[in-house]
Design a binder for this molecule. Sequence first.
Ligand code: AMP
Ligand code: MG
Length: 406
Amino acid sequence: MLPVAEAQAIILRHTALLPAVRLPLTTTALGLVLAEDVASDLDMPPYDKSMMDGYAVRCADLPTGQGGLQVIEEVTAGRTPTLEVGPGQATRIMTGAPVPVGADAVIPVERTHLLDGGQVRIDDRPPTPGKNILPQGREMRRGDSVLSAGTRLGPAAFGILATVGRTEALLQPRPGVAILSTGDEVVEAGQTPGPGQIRNSNGPMLAAQVARAGGEPRALGIGRDRVEDLRRLITEGLREPVLILSGGVSAGKLDLVPGVLQELGVQAHFHKVEMKPGKPMFFGTVATGPRPTATLVFGLPGNPVSSLVCFELFVRPALRRLQGREPGPRFVALPLAEDFPYSTDRPTYYPARLEPGSVGWSVRPLPWFGSADLRALAPANALVLFPAGEHQHRAGERFPVLRTGG
Ligand code: AMP
Ligand code: MG
């Protein structure tokens, strides 16, 4: 059976960047990746700027840092000085205002006393030229590259883009992700299940996982275990760059998904991975429509925990790669919080909780009854990977851990 790492490598081999799109720089672009280098259209600061409220002076007038100067003008931010500062003179200046010609330092107002007759007394250490002045172009010069392609937009990037006059940018868009739940037994959450029925928990759960991975979920509802129904809904789902199917990929009599996918031209790259939960995982691709990149098709097992784990291990990395982000998943080795005897026939991704301790984080496996027991995951914020075999794992032994949430 295919090891998880190989399955992940196959997926990433078929996953390219989505074509970049010019988008407005509203907060919906937060977290998107820049697809262009951005250069500044101006010098910042655009003039020699005062970094203090105080007095713009000539250092030559204050060799000891003490002395009286004649105040000739007041310049607030947004105004420009009209007078040159000459010998024995000073200009009252506010933070952010342009420093007048002739001045070469700013004395903070706390170091001064305004006297009668427009005189100011300075009582400071001797100023050096440039003191409390940010020279024109120190932060950036016109034409400088201020952000490069590949940068993920965080708050600072929004500020920088605004500084250089950008209200839109070429960005890697959020991938649209169609989500199709399948199964004759599955009813929507708003319904009361009849005999033999269960509610569709995977649909909302997958939509939340997609959104958290930066994608745009599009729910296609529930497909019945009938070829015509699946054909119609899958065809609709293939219009998106990514289609996720939940259920119908195991070896049961009504697990019709792989057959319908094949009929619709989806090329299967794997179907079954050496892992627990989630063994029947399917991955395929199909070139559809005018898009230059193939549609990625993930068939996740219907059991809710299998579905969740397969998403984290296989779908999330693909969604990140489509957006130009480092795909992961990134595991870190952490010590077990307690002894944990455990036997399993396949590498197992076990629901767990990260716990802070005096010497760093440890991981505690949670009580769990297998791939249908989604409730066990409510307190979980991680998966810990245990190897196949019969083991008496000991507290303090380190295992690979994947964070899955808050
Ligand atoms: P399947 O992969 O279709 O064989 O389904 C495996 C198990 O997962 C069955 O017990 C299904 O009832 C359950 N299941 C399938 N789809 C869903 C869903 N959307 N929400 C919750 N459970 C599901
Ligand atoms: Mg089914």
